[in-house]
Design a protein around this ligand. Sequence first.
Ligand code: 13P
Length: 289
Amino acid sequence: MGLVSAKDMLQKARKEGYAVGQFNINNLEWTKAILLTAQECNSPVILGVSEGAGKYMCGFKTVASMVSAMIDDLGITVPVALHLDHGTFEGSYKCIEAGFSSIMFDGSHYAIDENVAKTKELVAVCEQKGISLEAEVGGIGGEEDGVVSAGECADPAECKMISELGVTMLAAGIGNIHGKYPANWAGLSFDTLSAIAEAVGSDMPLVLHGGTGIPEDQVKKAISMGVSKVNVNTECQLVFAEATRKYIEEGKDLQGKGFDPRKLLAPGTEAIKAIVKEKMEMFGSVNKA
Ligand code: 13P
């Protein structure tokens, strides 16, 4: 059916109390692994593309063409949204132009008035084109494509302001960070999440970034409190690297045609499939397509 906006899948998730996974893609193998797993799990899925990953894959047009063609060639029938992750204002327009079905404009590093103004402009553009839009309030800790933030908790009043602009979903910092969590991490701030959920109302899907390494009980609790989208990136990279390293350390690339990229990249691809399946089960999106 081609790419779809993330709006319907997230509103359904918000109502029914589960979350849709956003898995970031880096290349063809990543994309194929995630799409096949979503189909196998009969789960909706969001493919995340950061501006850096878009550049790496030659540009947003290449990405949009690859994903659309792959949905067709693989016979994928579950809902798939192609989503810009942590977009700049300019990057958002580029992805809209390139055929993405969902955009995240991350204005969290601007003063709230500027975040509001820019988000508002994009709401109008996205609405007209049937594209879903994610906004962000309060920085997600760690590094997001060069922007470093300490992982502050978002202000519920600011969340309310942004959510009233007509965005599809809202990412709000609740102590979550990108990448691996440090040993002394305090955990998610459920008090903040509760205040935000209350401020934005029960129809607004909330987004939990930094899905890698959050303990399962905290993920599930966050979902029960209004999180309808969980982003996972680093974890797929870690399992891919680990499986690939094992293959090479066992000398398998030196046996027969083990150096063939279709063989060399297979264990990593299978590892991504396994982790995506595990996450879809954890988030409750299996059989929700
Ligand atoms: P992780 O890399 O920590 O899983 O975070 C992913 C993310 O939030 C992408 O926006």
